[in-house]
Design a protein around this ligand. Structure first.
Ligand SMILES: [Zn+2]
Length: 183
């Protein structure tokens, strides 16, 4: 969904991340390209199973071959490289965050606290000011995450950002490509 320029909202998000109440309600795992926060009640292994990205896909995307199945952080790193490859935009230094909510209603309440607006039909969103992707475990699919990763990549790749419409077209293209392979 659309990139947000609400810096005030970004500060609010940073406050939310740093407040003890929030810290208690989530866990995190570190990858090369993302720090992944997930709400309590979610299991990173189950999320990884749901995403189901194979080590072979990692190698094709340009990762070094490891041993055994990928964990959640490694899958996100692979997905990041896949998105960069689809867009043909290589990022040499990037580190963002992904917040996985337990439910759509939790996602909606985060959106409300950030933007003072309703989430509506959106399944996920990206906030530029804190470089964070927000989505729910109920919609935890590679094409949805990939769409938001595309927003993050596009936002950081260009010196002069393309219009919101062009960003949406490019992110939609990534989503389409990822949906094709996940079928
Ligand atoms: Zn979008």
């Amino acid at each position: 969904m659309g990139r947000r320029f609400l810096y005030a909202a970004g500060f609010l998000a940073l406050f939310l991340f740093s407040s003890p109440r929030y810290a208690l309600a989530e866990d995190k795992t570190e990858g090369r390209y993302f720090t992944i926060y997930f709400s309590s009640g979610l299991d990173s292994r189950a999320l990884a199973q749901q995403l189901n990205i194979s080590p072979a896909e990692g190698i094709i995307a340009g990762e070094n071959p490891g041993s055994g199945p990928l964990d959640l952080a490694a899958m996100m790193d692979t997905l990041f490289l896949q998105v960069c490859n689809i867009l043909d935009m290589q990022m040499y230094s990037f580190h963002g965050a992904i917040k996985i909510c337990l439910s759509r209603s939790e996602l909606g309440s985060i959106y409300r606290s950030l933007f003072n607006a309703e989430l509506g039909p959106m399944k996920s969103f990206y906030v530029y000011s804190n470089n964070t992707i927000y989505l729910s475990s109920e919609e935890f699919r590679r094409e949805i995450i990939g769409h938001e990763i595309a927003h993050a990549v596009i936002s950081h790749y260009f010196v002069v950002s393309p219009s919101v419409k062009i960003q949406e077209v490019l992110s939609g293209y990534v989503e389409y490509q990822l949906r094709k392979v996940s079928r």
